[in-house]
Design a protein around this ligand. Structure first.
Ligand code: NAP
Ligand code: GDD
Length: 355
C-alpha cells in the first residue's frame, strides 16, 4: 500500500514533535516546515532526523507561515494527504506585546494554507487546524463544548478565532476536508519554558538541586483544564481519520488553578510550603526543618491586560466519536514533567560541581 504523506507546520514545537513521532510510527512519510534560525531550533525533533542522504521518512523544509509563496510551493511539491497546521505564535502573554505579528502567523497563516489547497485543487487532501480553548474567554456555561459561545480575550485568541472560522468557511464553501481540534491546555516534558506549568516544574527541579532561588509568577488563581500532549496529538490524527470533517473539543474535564499546580508539584517533589500574604504580596514559603525561605513571589509583569479566568472542557463528542481515552491525568502529567526536569537538573548540577 502507498504510504500516506503528512505535512506538519510547527514541527519543532511541543505538539509537532510528538505528532511527527506518532505519524512515523504509523509508517507515514512526514514533512515538516521549520523556520530559519541563527541557532539550532530542532531540539525536540533531533532524535527523529536522519540525514536525507540515507533512508528516511522524515524531511524538513525551511518555510514560514508569513510567506505565501513558500507555503504554496511546498504543498504543491509534497502533495500531502494530510496537513496539520500547528505552527503559531502560541504564547497568549506575548500576543499582547506582538499583536500584529501574532495575527499574521496565528491568523493569516491558516488562510495562506487554505488558499494554497484551494488553488492547487489537490483531491483528497485533509487539513487539521489547531484551534484552542482560548476561544472561550468568558464563562457562559459550566463547561465548554463544540456549541459554546466564543469570547476571545487576547490577540492570540482573536487570531485563533479567525483561523477557526476561516477553516469552517473553506470546508463549507469549497468542500475541502478541513477539521479543527479545539484543544484545551496540554503540557509535557517538551512544553516551552515560558508556559506556566513548565516554568513551575523546571524551577522546582532546579531548586531541588540548589540551582535556583526564587520563582516569580503572575495570576495564581486562573483555572485551566490541563492534559498531556501525548494523549492530545493522537486525537489530532484521529480527527483527520473521520469520514467527515468536523470540530472536536479535546479536554480532561477537570479544572485546576495555577496555585493547585504549584501545590501538587511541591508535594510530589517533597517540598513543604505554606502560602502567606495577599494580592501582589502573596508568597509561598518553603519550610525545611526549622528554616523558612521564600520559594515563590508574585511579579505583576506576568499578569495579562485581560485574562481568561476559567476553562473546563466537555469532550463528550470526542469520547464517543474518536474513542478518546487519555492515559494521563493531572497528577501523572505533573509526575512526567517533574521526572524529566529532575534528570536535566541533576545533570546540570553535576556539571556545575565538576567545574
Ligand atoms: P509551540 O510549542 O509554541 O510550537 C509552535 C510551533 O510553531 C513551533 O514549531 C514554532 O517554531 C512554530 N512557528 C512559530 N512561528 C512560526 C512562523 N511564523 N512560521 C512557521 N512556524 C512558526 O506550540 P504547541 O504547544 O506545540 O501548540 C501547537 C499548536 O496548537 C499551536 O498552534 C498552538 O497555538 C495550538 N494550541 C496549543 C495548546 C497547548 O496547550 N499546547 C492548546 C490549544 C491549541 P519555532 O520552534 O521555530 O519557534
Ligand atoms: N506563562 C505564564 N507565566 N503564565 C502564568 C504565569 C507565568 O509566570 N503566572 C501565572 N500564569 C497564568 C496565566 O495568566 C494563565 O492564566 C495561566 O497561568 C496559563 O498560562 P500559560 O501556561 O501561558 O498558558 P495559556 O493558558 O495562556 O495558553 C496555553 O493554552 C492555550 C489553550 O487554552 C497556550 O498553549 C496556548 O497556545 C493555548 O491555545
Amino acid at each position: 500500500m502507498k504510504k500516506k504523506i503528512a505535512l506538519i507546520t510547527g514541527v519543532t514545537g511541543q505538539d509537532g514533535s510528538y505528532l511527527a513521532e506518532l505519524l512515523l510510527k504509523k509508517k507515514y512519510i512526514v514533512h515538516g516546515i521549520i523556520r530559519k534560525s541563527s541557532s539550532f531550533n530542532t531540539g525536540r525533533i533531533d532524535h527523529l532526523y536522519i540525514d536525507p542522504h540515507y533512508k528516511t521518512n522524515f524531511f524538513l523544509h525551511y518555510g514560514d507561515l508569513t510567506d505565501s509563496n513558500t507555503i504554496y510551493n511546498l504543498i504543491s511539491q509534497i502533495k500531502p494527504n494530510e496537513i496539520y497546521n500547528l505552527g503559531a505564535q502560541s504564547h497568549v502573554g506575548v500576543s499582547f506585546e506582538n499583536p500584529e505579528y501574532t495575527a499574521e502567523v496565528t491568523g493569516l497563516g491558516t488562510l495562506r494554507i487554505l488558499e494554497a489547497i484551494r488553488f492547487l485543487k489537490l483531491k483528497n487532501i485533509k487539513f487539521y487546524q489547531a484551534s484552542t480553548s482560548e476561544l472561550f474567554g468568558k464563562k457562559f456555561d459550566k463547561s465548554f463544548n463544540e456549541n459554546s459561545n466564543f469570547y476571545p480575550k487576547s490577540p492570540y485568541g482573536a487570531s485563533k478565532l479567525f483561523s477557526h472560522w476561516i477553516t469552517k468557511i473553506y470546508r463549507e464553501s469549497y468542500d475541502i476536508f478541513a477539521s479543527t481540534g479545539i484543544l484545551f491546555n496540554h503540557e509535557s516534558p517538551r512544553r516551552g519554558e515560558t508556559f506556566v506549568t513548565k516554568k513551575i516544574t523546571r524551577f522546582l527541579a532546579r531548586k531541588f538541586y540548589g540551582l535556583e532561588k526564587t520563582l516569580f509568577l503572575g495570576n495564581l488563581y486562573a483555572k485551566r483544564d490541563w492534559g498531556h500532549a501525548i494523549d492530545y496529538v493522537e486525537m489530532q490524527w484521529k480527527i483527520l481519520q473521520q469520514r467527515k470533517p468536523d470540530d472536536y473539543v479535546i479536554s480532561s474535564g477537570k479544572s485546576y488553578s495555577v496555585k493547585d499546580f504549584v501545590n501538587e508539584a511541591c508535594k510530589q517533589i517533597g517540598f513543604k510550603i505554606i502560602w502567606v500574604g495577599k494580592g501582589l504580596n502573596e508568597r509561598a514559603i518553603l519550610i525545611n526543618k526549622n528554616k523558612r525561605s521564600t520559594l515563590i513571589k508574585i511579579d505583576k509583569r506576568y499578569f495579562r491586560p485581560s485574562e481568561v479566568d476559567y476553562l473546563i472542557g466537555d469532550s463528550k463528542k470526542a469520547f464517543k466519536e474518536l474513542k478518546f481515552k487519555p492515559k494521563y491525568n493531572f497528577k501523572s502529567l505533573i509526575r512526567d514533567m517533574l521526572n524529566h526536569d529532575m534528570s536535566l537538573a541533576k545533570k546540570d548540577s553535576l556539571l556545575l560541581n565538576n567545574d
